[in-house]
Design a protein around this ligand. Sequence first.
Ligand SMILES: C=C(OP(=O)(O)O)C(=O)O
Length: 298
Amino acid sequence: MSITAIPAIAPVAIGDAVLGTNRSVYVIGEIGINHNGDLQIAKQLIDVAAAAGANAVKFQKRTPEISTPMDMRSKIRSTPWGEMTYLDYRYRVEFDAAQYRDLIRYAANLGLHAFASPWDVPSVHFMEEQGVVTHKVASASVTDLELLRALAETRKPIILSTGMSTIEQIDAAVETLGTNNLVLMHATSTYPLPPEEANLRTIETLRERYRVPVGYSGHERGLQISLAAVALGAVTVERHITLDRTMWGSDQASSLEPKGFEALIRDIRILETAMGDGVKRVFPGELAPLSRLRRVDA
Ligand SMILES: C=C(OP(=O)(O)O)C(=O)O
């Protein structure tokens, strides 16, 4: 029987990790803004990611006066620090350069990459000065071509999330970034994500359309959907992590707590081993049952 060979999808190196088919899944603990602007909480979340066996932690970096939508800026928000405008709240949860240096070093000492999704062009330069191994593009930024051009100029590997985007918008983003050193992430930006909006078969759609490694950024409750994404070939999985889902903050409720994140990574490691390489063979463990059970030898 003749089988037509489809050209393999080139893996993408991020620091000392390689993301691609038949490689270990690159697990990202998305700290995002779940640290609520508190450096000690951020470090505790890095501890959680390291203890669970993640490969990386991720933050969100914003220049609030640029990245906060105009109509949101003066809205009043109740926060643990009192009532304040949405813009002031956005400033309250940002870390400065010295704090990022501290966090990235802290993560590196625990064997983790640390990087961010920059939400505006100055934030790209800010994270570049931190010497990060990669940049992530949040789903919200898919159509921000100015941001994508700045990211392309860094020549770093880029992880592009695709939630709340049409295929045409993703086409334009991919064209801007180029497919060299690009990892896409299937995502649906519903918080929390109901199964009927997960549409995991999109992982295959993105992989076939763009011929780049594809991962999954999840916002569901529980672990099943992320694990299914791995079974469908996701090369990276990103999940929000929190110390406690009842903490104040918009992403806490749809985040995984330490035990959940640990269980997720344990199961991902079992799954990636179980996926194998697809080459049909008789395994050593089958030899005893073979001699016991098969009557006709071919
Ligand atoms: C919001 C983000 O990502 P996603 O769109 O994958 O949830 C982010 O990386 O900041």
